[in-house]
Write a protein that binds this ligand. Structure first.
Ligand code: ZN
Length: 159
């Protein structure tokens, strides 16, 4: 019994990416992507319809329906008959934080004249892995560089 736990513990040390961690990460990654797109759709159209979510995320409508049920059970979205999905107050709070993170990272990369498609792809990857502390550091740096174009120029020229 003890030996089993010890072996499990030791093997977990060598595998920081143990499958349970990976599943948890991809689960919240998907959840974040949904909340982000639902907020985008609400801002554009008032409601997020499953078909639109499915198109934006390139995921089957059956998977979208499953995730919406999960988010509903977690109290993050509600369904309004004949209209579509909308965010609860808590869902809105989380979605806004996700969107804010996306915008901060985009703003940072835009300072360096990287093309739009690359920025979008990179931000969609980075945003799921960044800690709050690193995000705040990037936010401060971005704000500073936006206010101080001379410093930005110096950084670019020193490349
Ligand atoms: Zn994003």
């Amino acid at each position: 019994m003890f030996l089993d736990s010890l072996i499990l513990f030791l093997s977990s040390l060598g595998m920081p990416d143990a499958s349970s961690t990976r599943h948890r990460t991809s689960g919240s990654t998907a959840r974040d992507d949904y909340l982000e797109q639902i907020l985008n759709l609400i801002e554009e159209k008032g409601y997020a319809r499953p078909i639109d979510i499915s198109k934006r995320l390139q995921i089957s409508q059956a998977s979208v329906t499953n995730m919406l049920q999960k988010l509903d059970a977690e109290g993050l979205v509600t369904h309004v008959k004949y209209r579509g999905t909308t965010l609860t107050e808590e869902g809105m709070r989380i979605a806004r934080a996700i969107t804010d993170r996306h915008e901060t990272l985009t703003r940072f990369l835009e300072l360096f004249d990287i093309d739009k498609d690359t920025i979008y792809r990179d931000v969609e990857g980075m945003e799921h892995h960044i800690s709050r502390a690193t995000l705040e550091a990037i936010r401060s740096l971005t704000n500073h560089l936006q206010k101080n174009p001379k410093t930005l120029r110096e950084i670019k020229d020193s490349e």
